[in-house]
Design a protein around this ligand. Structure first.
Ligand SMILES: *Cc1c(COP(=O)(O)O)cnc(C)c1O
Length: 967
């Protein structure tokens, strides 16, 4: 065909995003369809998806637009955000993201497309960065043990309350104390959590903590309005009554202040946002959480620990509670799965880059500006509410004064803290300059006030400042470990970041076929808006009229997600899938309560469920009753009916994943919903597998009442090495009155008593542009096609592996959905080769292992997603088949049971270069087991890691350099 004879739409083809997102070309799709025995994608759908649940009308989210158009559209929306300078404080501060971190971490797919480091041999980079985060937390909090990030300060405080209940020896007591100078959003989240746990809460002035009987208490340091008080007596008093004290602290203030651990706190937590992570209208940011060694088994979230590999070298891995929900189910410490790894890593790099001296300079400058501002206002006759502070000065004002000062501030493009009666709050941060303080003087005192920043500064220098009480000044060193003291030039920093990145296998190297995790393309065009200042620079509590761009984007995205899910309403607050489960279950329980059914407290959960399901159910006071699966992996209908019957009166809900975690579309899903509804229960459909539903069916159509969506699975937010994520929930209208709201910023008219589930009103708002861009660029047809190709890819893999491995479960016409489970148990039985050996051997072939032993022990669950092209699927299948042949050699006795490349996998350069190589197989086979590997070799940087040793000898801080040298 000549160019002239082509229509314009053909000539515009290169602009089409859909074919960039979807891996297989049209020709490859045809080949694969032929291979699996389907005539077309539609035919494959007919064969795979039960007809009764297919959408009667096509889903409509509009037509696809090109990358360029989508970016231009979103830029127009973003420009509606007004970037005021924020002095609001309340746990969120403006920052200078070091550019070397911005570009090489936040904007770098080597960091943001990695998964949670479940395969530590190919994840030593982010594990080291997280260990640094734990060390930083330990140093600043003065406690012994830290976790590798929680979701936000408010939920971390709620986790501290749950920890207190678990470990407090004051067993009979059911009341938790919260100081009234804790940030209001934290109080909101903790109270909502307490209500569901059935705890009483007492909120009063911090000093009152000594009076009552509490299983625990939450204090803020410095207080939300800025004051720094010696809380050591309060802590001791609560503890003498067997209460556990948590202190929410400002991370930057801790650089200058005595560590809460030294004041006696049992738990110290807070947000690490102001260590170099943009405010982003509320998130994502990492929370830090530290406690003492004796509570190590009660710590929520993940901990990175130091262990050793088979060569005896120090090596890092997730310790103790790795996948703890999957093992401990409803007895897990918390439901946290996806956390905030990328942001924790940014914060730890910020500390590495600035080092202890740099941080002290930054903290001192912030504090100096607060001193100058306070001095100036005092000179002008204002009275201050606090006489001690780190960065926040609260000014007493009459209502009249308040209104005019706010008006002045808004005129000058400045936001102050305004939510407390008779007071205005002013917080300073690392971006504050002299002229900003001068502007604030104008705002408070009008022009011609005669105050001069330089003169005030000189006065403070000569008089000295006592705004930090002498006894609360830090006297201990921080960040003495070498890692915080050697990368302070940009060149050194750049190379340090790169050296860690090189150790990690992310999506920019090869397919990561983790079942249930949907590791699809995170397109660059989707990521670009995340770091636009219009999205990064907004405080979550800025007046809503300044965030019209955000509001428009959130509303439009909500509308699309409502259309996609078939629900009536959507709540954007939960900042992970597990938080969505929690919010959805609260809505269900409040709904029951509203109908006089408060006694309904049984949650049915199939045995195949993800561990977060029972863990979340436990958080809202539900009792879990497990429903069996039959031999085909489907929910055992007889068991379901019997159990629903048995608990009928008390049935709250079922939590069911669809397609099931076994990777099939259960035919009976509608019947399952009906049975539960007949007994007065509600249906929670876990939306983690939405990538097999979009455009084909929907939870609303099937008959579910509420679902979370993991935007970091189906809707392209990258996994960030273990977070961030977003877990908005869709609900049918009868549950809408029970969705979370927010005490500081009203989200839904009429819901404000429902409490919040996240610190920020719209969760991690600044990553929503990713999903927004995705839906825009795919349009209705592209999204549907993505689902179809995801299924084609999974069926293609199932087809290619059949005969080599057993595919454990299949649905109608022997089809799998978007993922498939292969059963390694028979092979293990016959050869002794374990699923772990296969997982590690895949590393030698350049691949990340699929999901191991979930939902069935001894299996691998493979989810290729639509983004992988046929060539990559083939490379993966070739590797699996080659590994199967290796297993056969062990099975037949041709290879020794332990002296073989499976048992010794993964192989490192240290192995290959070892002069004493004395294995029965050669080095070539060890490291270059297939031709394709040689072209793009990925080297695991440590050998297989000893988990048992690591848990027995728990070390969660940076090892001294000597420990590396000794080996
Ligand atoms: C990922 C997942 C979850 C948990 O979601 P997070 O975002 O990690 O909290 C829950 N259920 C299933 C089936 C999942 O795959």
């Amino acid at each position: 065909m000549s160019e002239q004879s082509l229509s314009l739409s053909h000539l515009e083809q290169t602009e089409d995003f859909i074919r960039r997102h979807i891996g297989p070309s049209e020709a490859e799709t045809a080949d694969m369809l032929a291979a699996v025995g389907a005539e077309s994608l539609d035919d494959l759908m007919q064969q795979t998806v039960p007809g009764s649940i297919r959408l009667p009308e096509p889903m409509n989210v509009g037509k696809a637009v090109t990358e360029a158009e989508a970016l231009a559209n979103l830029k127009q929306v973003a420009k509606k955000n007004k970037l005021f300078r924020s002095h609001i404080g309340m746990g969120y501060s403006d920052v200078h993201v070091p550019n070397v971190i911005l570009r090489n971490v936040l904007e770098n797919p080597g960091w943001y497309t990695a998964y949670t480091p479940y395969q530590p041999e190919i994840a030593q980079g982010r594990l080291e960065a997280l260990l640094n985060f734990q060390q930083l937390t330990i140093d600043l909090t003065g406690l012994e043990l830290a976790s590798a990030s929680l979701l936000d300060e408010a939920t971390a405080a709620a986790e501290a309350m749950a920890l207190a209940k678990r470990v407090s020896k004051n067993k009979k007591c059911n009341t938790y104390f919260i100081a009234d100078n804790v940030h209001p959003q934290t109080i909101d989240v903790v109270c909502a959590r307490a209500e569901m746990f059935g705890f009483e809460v007492e909120i009063a002035a911090a000093e009152k903590a000594v009076d009552g009987d509490y299983f625990g208490a939450l204090l803020q340091y410095p207080g939300t309005t800025g004051e720094i008080t010696d809380i050591s007596n309060l802590i001791a008093a609560v503890q003498s009554n067997k209460g556990i004290v948590a202190v929410a602290a400002d991370i930057m203030s801790l650089v200058l202040l005595k560590a809460p651990g030294e004041l006696g706190a049992d738990v110290v937590l807070g947000s690490a946002q102001r260590f170099g992570v943009p405010m982003g209208y509320g998130g994502p940011h990492a929370a830090f959480f530290a406690t003492s060694d004796k509570h190590k088994r009660s710590l929520p979230g993940r901990i990175i620990g130091v262990s050793k590999d088979t060569r005896g070298r120090p090596a890092l891995r997730m310790a103790l509670q790795t996948r703890e929900q999957h093992i401990r189910r409803e007895k897990a410490n918390s439901n946290i799965c996806t956390a905030q790894v990328l942001l924790a890593n940014m914060a730890s790099f910020y500390a590495v880059y600035h080092g202890p001296e740099g941080l002290k300079t930054i903290a001192n400058r912030i504090h100096r500006f607060a001193d100058i501002f306070a001095q100036g206002l005092t000179d002008k006759g204002f009275t201050l509410r606090n006489c001690t502070w780190f960065d926040t000065v609260s000014v007493n004002v009459s209502e009249e004064q308040k209104a005019s000062i706010i008006a002045n501030a808004l005129n000058a493009g400045i936001n102050l803290r305004t939510d407390v009666e008779g007071m205005l709050g002013v917080s300073f941060d690392e971006t504050t300059t002299r002229s900003h303080v001068a502007e604030l003087f104008n705002v408070f005192c009008g022009e011609n006030h005669g105050l001069e920043v330089g003169a005030l500064d000189a006065r403070i220098v000569s008089q000295g400042s006592n705004s930090i009480p002498e006894e609360l000044k830090r006297t201990t060193d921080i960040l003495t470990h070498e890692v915080f003291n050697q990368y302070h030039s940009e060149t050194e920093m750049l190379r340090y970041i790169k050296s860690l990145e090189n150790k990690d296998l992310a999506l920019n190297h090869s397919m990561i076929s983790l079942g249930s995790c949907t590791m699809k393309l995170n397109a660059t065009a989707e990521m670009i808006p995340v770091t636009w200042p219009e999205f990064g620079g907004i405080h979550p509590f800025a007046p809503v009229d300044q965030a019209q761009g955000y509001q428009e984007m959130i509303n439009e995205l909500s509308d699309w997600l409502i259309e996609i899910t078939g629900y009536d309403n959507l709540c954007m607050q939960p900042n992970s899938g597990a938080q969505g489960e929690y919010a959805g279950l609260i809505a269900i329980q409040k709904y029951h309560q509203s109908r006089g059914d408060a006694h309904r407290d049984i949650c049915l959960i199939p045995s195949s469920a993800h561990g977060t399901n029972p863990a979340s159910a436990n958080m809202v006071g539900l009792k879990v009753v497990v429903v069996d699966c039959d031999k085909n992996g489907n929910i055992d209908m007889a068991d379901l009916k019997a159990k629903a019957e048995e608990v009928s009166e008390n049935l709250s809900c079922i939590m069911v994943t669809y397609p099931s975690t076994h990777g099939v579309y259960e035919e009976t899903i509608k019947e399952i919903c009906d049975i539960v509804h007949q007994h007065g229960g509600q249906v929670y459909m876990d939306g983690a597998n939405m990538n097999a539903q979009v455009g084909i069916t929907s939870p609303g159509l099937i008959g579910s009442d509420v679902s979370h969506l993991n935007l970091h699975k189906t809707f392209c937010i990258p996994h960030g090495g273990g977070g961030p994520g977003m877990g908005p929930i869709g609900v049918k209208s009868h549950l809408a009155p029970f969705l979370p709201d927010h005490k500081v910023i009203n989200v839904v008219e009429g819901n404000q008593n429902n409490g919040a589930v996240s610190a920020a009103p719209w969760g991690s708002a600044s990553i929503l542009p990713i999903s927004y861009m995705y839906i825009q660029m795919m349009g209705s047809e592209g999204l549907k096609k993505a689902t179809e190709v995801a299924m084609l890819n999974a069926n293609y893999i199932a087809k290619r592996l059949t005969g080599h491995f057993d595919v454990l479960y299949r649905g109608r016409n022997d089809r799998v959905a978007h993922e498939c489970i292969i059963d390694l148990r028979p092979l293990k039985e016959a050869s002794g080769v374990t699923e772990m050996d296969v997982a590690k051997r895949l590393n030698d072939y350049g691949f990340h292992a699929p999901t191991m032993s979930f939902p069935v022990a001894g299996t691998l669950m493979i989810e290729p997603t639509e983004s992988e092209a046929k060539a990559e699927l083939d490379r993966f299948c070739d590797a699996m088949i080659s590994i199967r042949e290796e297993i056969a050699k062990v099975e037949s006795g041709e290879w020794d049971a332990t002296d073989n490349p499976l048992h010794n996998a993964p192989h490192t350069l240290a192995d290959i270069c070892d002069a004493d190589w004395n294995r029965s197989y050669d080095r070539q086979l060890a490291a270059y087991p297939a031709e394709a590997v040689a072209r793009n070799k990925f080297w695991p940087t440590v050998n297989r890691i000893d988990d048992v040793y690591g848990d027995r000898n728990l070390v969660c801080s940076c090892p001294s350099v000597d420990s590396y040298r000794e080996e």
